[in-house]
Design a protein around this ligand. Structure first.
Ligand SMILES: NCCCC(=O)O
Length: 752
């Protein structure tokens, strides 16, 4: 009754989504009981806490604080609280303007370590920054090199995660996904899953943690392959709290949270592991007394239980500081006491200095403060095992390199898969090469084609004297066959891959294929069309004297085409050579083991501007095809079968166009190496074989049964003479040739 009351303002989360007050106020009351009953501490005073609801809300907290500070019936000498950092930050930013010291029993935001913003602030719960050291140590311990992070968008979590990203980078740990969310984490969880992360570091309040884990359940991100690492100051069985915001049952939440790893500042050291506390209580005695004051046999189920020792020690910190402040104030000239406290800066400075240098054994362990006002303490690792939080290790960030977790004396960590989960799917290369069997099949087909071309060549040479062969320009036909053979050879070069050849050889084969294909095409189609050009020349010449185009001239045109090809090939090689490049395809998860992901790698021979070079060939060959089609159309009425290939040329052009139009886009889209080879090789083979067969098979069939007409006989002799340097024909032959031309022209007019 002789004692003067010293009022402390207590900011407690009594209400709202993060109401954590069930255990906080009883812990504060217990401290008040012990302090007020202790004759050695503030003997002339009775310490009283005036509670005010700060919620987990800055506005509510600051409103409550000002209302109490403006209430002149009670002078508050210090502030205890708040709980959530979002409530503590604005109050601590304002309270120093009232020359008040503020001590939080729970806030862990790294932002609160800023002395510029919070010059008179202290806290008993260590900053979440120290949790980062344990996160990194944990990753190192289990050789996890790739992790994902997800946090609720709030300064407390953003700052901690940003610091973790820096620490992880320094430690050689790659953060493969860094997600944050405001109130719906579904997309972010899906992103983490899609990127293949298995070690997920989360930071959020309990009500958001439920949303994260429900989304994780729906995405099947739990079980032996996933490790979730969370701050463990979340409330007791936070995942089981009824929550309309989630669409998961309690069983599902139990399943998804099973075996998560929690990191938390040590707050209730075991009796065997602690020095006697200033209050004289052991941890177990403290808990027993707490049960009584909280009237709860299972205090661990109360909200805020994690912070009870910090709350108890916060009030003790205030009491010890005030006790010493009273002594120092009395020594001043003129002497003063706490009774005269009126929000003056001198008293505030005295109390600040005292707390800055305070050291005592609290219930939560040794209490001392860093210059930033942060509590320095031990960090505990826990794991949820069978629904209980089990201590599995401890780390003292101040000892050694601050990276060593001590596992001795704690329960072993439990991995439901029987082994430490891996941090990422095992990446394997899937070097896609053309299968040997497919290459051999291609080579056999090409050989068959070459043999076929050889047969036609032999036939052509053997029956070169036969009129029907003579009339079809055998020399030019031979060049066509050589072109066909080059196209067949290109199929073999195309199939040489890095599984059977070195990279250098592969590139050379690729170049050889390009040469064979381009020159082969020019020779085959150039020959075919040049023959037709000759026929066209004869039948469209308006003069009476027919000059027949000689073979040499046709060879000259072919040579021009080939020279053009060679020129492009030389320029291509000189300016933009083909080189071996690796193409990486989309990753594929192994069918049988979803820990393994394959990256398809295809060795390509490419050059930076190859589109233009290939385009040049397309333009030349395309023009050649158009020109050939035009000639075939113009000479379609020539009735001498051995002379007229127009029908066949039409078929060949049609074949090549159809095969190119189907093949080119499909071959661009087809990424699978074998399918690509099979398609391209088949198209080249088909186009070449059809062309050769369409042109030569009729000739083979005609060799016996064709009786050339008189006009044909005449023309053959005319052509023969011209081809062999003859300059004129006798008048009968010419007349007959003229008659044939006349007939063709009349036919043409009629049809027009
Ligand atoms: N001990 C939980 C604190 C959370 C926060 O600082 O907001």
């Amino acid at each position: 009754s002789n004692q003067t009351k010293l009022y402390l303002l207590g900011l407690f989360p009594l209400d709202g989504p993060y109401a954590q007050d069930q255990a906080i106020q009883p812990a504060a009351q217990l401290a008040l009981q012990d302090i007020n009953a202790n004759p050695d501490i503030l003997p002339d005073y009775e310490l009283v806490i005036i509670p005010r609801d700060s919620g987990c809300d800055g506005g509510k907290a600051i409103n409550g604080m000002f209302r109490e500070l403006y209430n002149q019936s009670t002078t508050k000498i210090m502030i205890i609280g708040g709980f959530c950092s979002v409530a503590t930050e604005p109050t601590a930013q304002a309270s120093h303007h009232w020359n008040l010291i503020q001590i939080s029993y729970a806030s862990t935001s790294p932002k609160l370590s800023d002395r510029g913003l919070f010059p008179r602030f202290f806290r008993l719960a260590p900053t979440d920054f120290v949790i980062n050291a344990v996160r990194v140590a944990l990753c190192k311990q289990f050789n996890w090199k790739k992790v994902a992070t997800i946090h609720q968008s709030a300064a407390i979590f953003s700052l901690t995660m940003a610091a973790f990203h820096r620490d992880a980078k320094d430690a050689g740990i790659e953060v493969i996904a860094a997600e944050s969310f405001i109130d719906n984490p579904t997309t972010q969880i899906a992103n983490i899953k899609n990127i293949g992360a298995r070690i997920i570091i989360g930071a959020f309040y309990g009500y958001m943690a439920r949303r994260v884990f429900c989304a994780a359940y729906q995405q099947k991100m739990y079980g032996a392959k996933y490790v979730w690492i969370l701050p463990d100051w979340l409330q007791w069985r936070w995942w089981r709290d009824p929550d309309d915001a989630i669409d998961c049952t309690q069983e599902q939440m139990d399943a998804v949270t099973a075996n998560y790893i929690g990191i938390i500042a040590e707050s209730l050291p075991s009796d065997s592991n602690r020095a006697p506390s200033l209050s004289g209580m052991s941890t177990s005695e403290f808990l027993e007394r707490f049960k009584v004051i909280a009237d709860n046999e299972h205090p661990e189920t109360m909200t805020g239980f994690v912070e009870i020792s910090f709350t108890y020690d916060s009030v003790w910190t205030a009491a010890l500081a005030l006790h010493e402040a009273e002594r120092r104030l009395r020594q001043l000239e003129p002497s003063r006491t706490l009774k005269e406290f009126s929000y003056d800066s001198l008293t505030a400075q005295i109390i600040f200095d005292i707390i800055s240098n305070l050291t005592f054994q609290g219930i939560s362990g040794p209490v001392t403060f860093a210059p930033s006002g942060d509590r320095v303490g031990l960090i505990l690792l826990r794991q949820l095992q069978d629904g209980k939080r089990i201590n599995i290790g401890m780390m003292d960030p101040t000892v050694g390199s601050g990276e060593d977790i001590s596992w001795k004396g704690y329960q072993p960590i439990y991995w439901s898969g029987g082994a430490t989960p891996i941090d990422f799917m095992i990446e394997r290369e899937d070097r896609q090469t053309i299968q040997l069997s497919l290459f051999l099949a291609g080579a056999i087909l090409a050989t068959v084609g070459i043999a076929l071309a050889c047969c036609f060549l032999a036939f052509n040479i053997h029956f070169r004297k036969l009129r029907v062969i003579k009339m079809s320009s055998p020399n030019i036909n031979n060049v066509m066959l050589i072109g066909g053979m080059l196209a067949y050879i290109s199929i073999i070069f195309l199939g040489v891959d890095t599984n059977i050849a070195s990279t250098d050889t592969f590139v050379w084969m690729c170049k050889a294929k390009t040469c064979c294909l381009s020159i082969g095409f020019s020779l085959a189609f150039g020959s075919m069309f040049s023959k037709t050009w000759r026929v066209h020349k004869i039948f469209t010449n308006k003069t009476v004297i027919k000059t027949v185009v000689k073979d040499q001239r046709l060879f000259g045109s072919l040579a021009t085409l080939v020279v053009l090809d060679v020129l492009i090939l030389i320029l291509w090689e000189a300016l933009d050579p083909l080189v071996a490049t690796e193409r990486f395809g989309a990753k594929v998860i192994d069918d049988e083991n979803d820990d393994i992901v394959y990256t398809p790698i295809r060795m390509m021979c490419e050059s930076s501007n190859q589109t233009y070079w290939i385009g040049a060939f397309y333009v030349i060959d395309g023009l050649l095809l158009i020109f050939g089609a035009f000639l075939a159309w113009e000479t379609r009425k020539v009735s001498i079968p051995a002379l007229n290939d127009s029908k066949y040329i039409g078929i060949c052009v049609y074949n090549v166009l159809i095969l190119s139009f189907v093949g080119a886009p499909v071959s661009f889209i087809l990424e699978e190496r074998n399918a690509h080879y099979a398609l391209v090789a088949t198209l080249i083979w088909l186009a070449t074989t059809l062309t050769l067969c369409v042109v030569f098979v009729p000739k083979v069939r005609m060799r016996n049964d064709v009786q050339p007409t008189q006009s044909a006989i005449t023309m053959v002799s005319q052509l023969s003479q011209n081809q062999h340097g003859g300059s004129s024909a006798d008048s009968t032959e010419l007349r007959q040739l003229r008659q044939e031309i006349q007939r063709v022209k009349q036919n043409c007019k009629c049809s027009e």
